[in-house]
Design a protein around this ligand. Structure first.
Ligand code: DHB
Ligand code: FE
Length: 298
């Protein structure tokens, strides 16, 4: 591990994740006041009910207030929400899908990664540490028709668990790229196996994890967005068998359908894995995550 990577701080990744989210236009939903009122009342009602049920004290209330202030000061609202809330939003948004299971986006997606064709290597350092991984597959419709020209965006942590643009010292687009499926909907991506990811422990989210006696780990994962015109965007993560945190992901984002089956490469250098994607036809406007132009725009 380089010393720069060692110095990654919650405040750095938090500030980056906050800025990245604010850059994403179209995130504001046009929600009618009656719905805002209902949702706000129910959330506050759940808080009030918890306070009554457990006789929450003034010192506990003040600890909560200090902690919430700290989440803002550390720039950790994106991290907090994506770890402990997003998985249920994703579950509800995609419950009607018949194709691939998706999962949370998390805080570290950056649009407009380098375009790399149907076959290629993610941008990486000359001495990029980690086990080489050749990841290939095909994108199809529910009926099995190949989706030529489908976009596959891939972003991931390095072999030390750090994301480019959110941890210091990494090249801008390290381990981030956008592939375009060939005439048969196929793609092949050379990368490395990511490490398990530890959510930052030196900020407010880390304080909650240690105060509650939880652990801060996510299992190793590849992040993907797969899109094609006329189809719903699929935001997913793929996991590796045997990871100690597949069963207790702090962000609750692992699904059995998303665990890969890598095999040793025949030439002995690293691993190969095949994983196919099936996209659902476009659903009603508003059902999907806002602010994602890649399905129609490219
Ligand atoms: C967080 C980080 C991730 O890489 C991810 O996939 C989900 C959440 C986080 O730090 O909040
Ligand atoms: Fe991640």
């Amino acid at each position: 591990m380089t010393s720069t990577e060692f110095d990654a701080k919650a405040a750095d990744s938090g500030a980056g994740a906050t800025q990245q989210f604010l850059n994403k236009q179209g995130a504001a939903a046009d929600t009618p006041p009656e719905r805002v009122s209902m949702l706000a009342r129910e959330v506050l009602g759940a808080v009030h009910e918890t306070i009554r049920r457990h006789n929450v004290t003034y010192p506990e209330y003040d600890a909560l207030k200090a902690w919430l202030i700290g989440v803002g000061q550390d720039g950790e609202w994106p991290l907090f929400l994506d770890v402990w809330v997003e998985h249920v939003v994703e579950e509800v948004a995609n419950a009607h899908h018949k194709g691939n299971k998706g999962t949370i986006e998390g805080p570290y997606y950056v649009p407009d990664a380098p375009e790399l064709g149907a076959t290629g290597s993610l941008p990486m350092r000359a001495d990029e540490p980690g086990v080489p991984l050749l990841f290939s597959g095909q994108v199809r419709t529910l009926e099995g028709t190949p989706l030529a020209g489908a976009k596959i965006e891939l972003w991931q942590a390095d072999a030390h668990g750090f994301y480019s643009q959110f941890a210091p010292g990494l090249p801008e687009w390290n381990l981030r790229g956008c592939f375009t499926a060939d005439d048969e909907g196929r793609f092949a991506i050379s990368t490395i196996r990511p490490a398990p990811y530890m959510i930052p422990t030196d900020g407010a989210c880390g304080k909650l994890v240690s105060a509650a006696g939880w652990h801060p780990w996510r299992p190793a994962h590849l992040h993907l967005k797969v899109s094609a015109p006329g189809h719903d965007l699929l935001t997913a993560q793929l996991y590796f068998p045997g990871d100690p945190h597949n069963g207790d992901d702090v962000a609750d984002a692992v699904k059995p359908e998303l665990i890969l089956s890598p095999q040793p490469a025949v030439d002995g250098d690293g691993e190969v894995v095949v994983y196919d994607f099936v996209l659902d036809p476009s659903s009603a406007p508003g059902a999907q995550r806002a602010g994602l132009s890649s399905t129609e725009g490219r």
